[in-house]
Design a protein around this ligand. Structure first.
Ligand SMILES: [Zn+2]
Ligand SMILES: [Zn+2]
Length: 123
């Protein structure tokens, strides 16, 4: 594994955040100053395709990446764009029963206003 690949996995697994490719790039750059943006993109996509990280598609923005690969869904704040993990127990089992076919993936996104933004709008 290259230095860049190791840095990408470390960043995503340790931060527990959802980061865009350019955010990952800036963090990798702090560890490997010579890294190219294209290299970060390529590695992110490879890791996502092989299931080592998760790619989260967004209708309103570029894809996000995260190190948490266990099944979960997301709530996205419509004001600040912050993404939060949510786990709905039994969701996948429930869907399987409803649908009868084979579920390939579930991408459920809840749009909401996060507590920080709700607080700000009160001021
Ligand atoms: Zn917010
Ligand atoms: Zn997530």
């Amino acid at each position: 594994m290259t230095k860049v690949q190791k840095a990408i996995l470390d960043i995503l697994r340790n931060s527990r955040q959802h980061l865009s490719a350019s955010e990952v790039y800036w963090r990798v750059k702090q560890q490997v100053p010579t890294v190219a943006l294209g290299t970060v993109y390529r590695n992110l996509n490879q890791f996502a395709d092989s299931g080592q990280i998760r790619r989260v598609g967004r209708a309103d923005a570029a894809d996000f990446f995260e190190g948490n690969t266990s099944p979960h869904d997301h709530a996205v704040c419509i004001h600040c764009g912050q993404m939060t993990d949510i786990v709905i127990p039994g969701l996948r089992g429930f869907l399987k029963e409803q649908i009868k076919g084979q579920i390939i993936s579930v991408n459920l996104t809840l749009n909401y206003i996060c507590p920080q933004c709700a607080e700000k709008s009160k001021e």
